[in-house]
Design a protein around this ligand. Sequence first.
Ligand SMILES: Cc1cc2nc3c(=O)[nH]c(=O)nc-3n(C[C@H](O)[C@H](O)[C@H](O)COP(=O)(O)OP(=O)(O)OC[C@H]3O[C@@H](n4cnc5c(N)ncnc54)[C@H](O)[C@@H]3O)c2cc1C
Length: 434
Amino acid sequence: MSISVAIVGSGPSGFYTAAALLELGADCTIDIIERLPTPYGLIRGGVAPDHQTTKRVMRAYERTALHSKVRYYGNVELGKDIALGELRALYDAVVLSVGAPFDRPLGIPGEDKHGVIGSAAFVGWYNGHPDFRDLDPDLATKAVVVIGNGNVAIDIARVLVKSKAEMAATDLPGYAEAAIRASPIADVYMAGRRGPIEAKFTNVELREMGELEDCHPVVEAAQLPDTVTGEMSDRDRRLREKNMASMREFAAQSPAGKSKRVHFTFFAKPVEILGGGRVEGIRFERTKVTDGRAVDTGEFFEIACGLVLPAIGYQGAALEGAPFDARGGVIPNARGRVEPGLYVAGWIKRGPTGVIGTNKPDGDEAAEAILADAGAGGKPGRSALDAHLASRNVVPVSFADWKTIEAAEIAAAAPGAPREKFCRVRDLLAVLGR
Ligand SMILES: Cc1cc2nc3c(=O)[nH]c(=O)nc-3n(C[C@H](O)[C@H](O)[C@H](O)COP(=O)(O)OP(=O)(O)OC[C@H]3O[C@@H](n4cnc5c(N)ncnc54)[C@H](O)[C@@H]3O)c2cc1C
């Protein structure tokens, strides 16, 4: 007998779970439930708008969505339109692949000031995520501090300093493009507690900072070690050596006529955000790195800025009806199984780390656990979900509806751009005449 599977969340881990079930030849129906009208999670709403090649993975997810066993239910939110207990009563297996959408707090005085915006909100804003469409960040400042030394920090810095021409072939929404162009931002400080060796940038992203049309990467040569030392895998050592080589090139570059700068600010632990109601600067304690850890030195310095963008990591949120490990921000599980009938994949399973492909083994594990637990099946699944949603007057966005939205976005694109996103739920639904 066929088993009914509901996957909640249409990001990479949701789609990899669906694909794994199909690859294993499971006799099943798979319903992918997504709170936004649009699919693909952080591929649409997180990956930087100027990294369209990375976003191409959506094509593989589309093939999965179009499989005859799979149905997409967009604009349906777990916890609002259907409770987890209700969903579990309808489906033999429920997979939670809802991601980790909230910023980890900085935990320093002043972080509630106007002008401190976490990366989840800021990245969501420049990616047209409906939750952040109306964020309206005040970019009327010459200097910005991005806190963090990972790829999200580098994405934010790059989007702020790239020229209009460099952003032309992207899907940066028109309102974000206009706000960034109108802004006087000239200096972006990217601050990390530890040093250049410990920075988590991947080399492709780092190198790009040395190739920008109107932005000079500022690195203090004296902060770059001659060799990469410390305990680490050969793979890590190679990556870090490549990063050191890129940063040495940056340190040797001339600023030649460039009007903007990204300052790689290492050994800087944020201790206080300064200002009255709004941000006027940030105080750091200088650190040194011992055995890979940042150690305080008692020496302080300040950077004047009007905007602070912490990009120090994400965390998941509790879902009613599922266990939650508040410290780790994840749903406790054993290889993707929370308990028979309930499974997890992706960031809500193991925390917000890794690249898109890291979510694939999560999908494999969840699918294997579902099939290992599957009894005879027999819960009604799709027909009962349809009846439940109809009783609540919830009209889901189907995958065909999404393709209609996508076609309208492509048609609205400026020349050379891949699409002009609709960024409010009402505008997305209006395309469908709703
Ligand atoms: C800013 C940023 C940039 C990144 N750039 C890259 C990159 O360039 N390359 C790379 O390899 N990786 C990148 N990553 C990492 C990559 O995006 C993640 O590994 C991946 O998206 C995690 O997948 P996920 O399915 O766990 O979560 P998500 O992608 O977050 O998907 C979760 C989905 O669940 C939905 N959802 C949440 N709650 C509910 C609910 N209650 N009901 C229904 N649906 C719900 C959400 O709307 C979302 O669509 C980036 C991450 C971030 C944050």
